[in-house]
Ligand binder design. Structure first.
Ligand code: BG6
Length: 299
């Protein structure tokens, strides 16, 4: 089925869900808009990218940059980009795209349904001639997005090839905060992290981290729930099936270097990326699957 609003609206008739031409013009950027009594959520089929989630009566939970590019080629800056099958520059060659190719591919929508008060979308990305040129492996990636009082995303990868499959994954979630310098974090104390700003030095986290400069850390063997306390609101992030968590804020200098990010926007966002990276990458025997599930809720 083509990823056009007209085709998707006539196929999936789900109360509270419509498909529209999203930002970027040209009709090439179809967005699934969920509007129910419980929540709002937008999902671009480009990248299977959740760009907006807002429970009823609350402020948006996810940050989306005012400068995000919607050209069907560039990864969208904000929301939840999917980093797969590698994290950052860990691809097979120096030319491999940062964070893999999943966030810059058009995904297929295979199911959209209502379950009680929630809406569930199921998107799929499969290996093609094009992905094999960058990464010679056979896979089926099924991404299930469940929208209600909480946002739950499940990334399931199946090895449909004949050889073992090793991949990295990160759900690179950008959270919307009022002032990142004032948020309190919980869930990292006592864990070790790889400091990407200090030549990947492994460092022990003493107490909970605060954001008062650029931060770019990969917490390894980290499965604890994370809580962001931002004034009177608490954003909870819990995961299963992944043992890495990335903490990232670009602060002033890096924000200025990023063309699709406002110079001041670092104050309003914080990335808590649930993943399976480095020593916590996933290895799958032929025919096997692995799922990582992330749930985000306020309270
Ligand atoms: C984070 C990395 O996950 O993503 C950072 O740890 C990186 O080093 C950031 O700058 C953004 O990456 P990109 O490719 O979306 O600009």
């Amino acid at each position: 089925m083509p990823n056009t609003p007209i085709a998707l609206n006539s196929h999936f008739k789900v109360p509270g869900l419509t498909f529209e031409a999203g930002r970027g013009g040209g009709g090439g950027q179809t967005v699934a808009r969920i509007r129910t009594e419980l929540a709002e959520c937008d999902v671009y089929l480009f990248g299977a990218h959740v760009t907006h989630y807002q429970p009823a009566g609350e402020r948006p939970v996810l940050f989306l940059s005012d400068k995000a590019v919607f050209d069907g080629k560039t990864a969208i800056r904000g929301g939840i980009p999917i980093c797969f099958p590698w994290f950052a520059g860990n691809g097979p060659t120096k030319k491999s795209p940062s964070h893999g190719f999943a966030r810059t591919r058009e995904w297929g929508l295979v199911d959209a349904r209502r379950e009680g008060e929630e809406i569930v979308l199921v998107l799929v990305l499969v290996s093609t001639e094009n992905t094999r040129k960058m990464w010679p492996h056979e896979f089926v990636f099924t991404y299930t997005i469940r929208v209600g009082r909480s946002l739950c995303v499940e990334a399931k990868v199946t090895n449909v090839g004949d050889d073992p499959l090793r991949y990295e994954l990160a759900l690179h979630s950008y959270f919307d905060v009022t002032d990142v310098r004032k948020v309190a974090l919980k869930g990292f104390a006592g864990c070790e992290y790889i400091d990407q700003l200090q030549s990947n030095a492994v460092t022990a986290q003493s107490g909970e981290p605060t954001i008062d400069g650029e931060v770019d850390r990969i917490y390894q063997n980290h499965t604890a729930d994370v809580v962001i306390t931002d004034g009177d609101r608490r954003i909870n992030v819990s995961k299963t099936g992944g043992a890495s968590t990335v903490l990232w804020n670009p602060h002033i200098a890096k924000a200025e270097r990023m063309s699709d990010f406002g110079d001041e926007e670092w104050r309003k966002m914080l990335c808590i990326e649930s993943g399976a990276i480095g020593e916590n990458a996933v290895t799958l025997a032929p025919g096997k699957s692995h799922s990582m599930k992330v749930t985000v809720f306020l309270g």
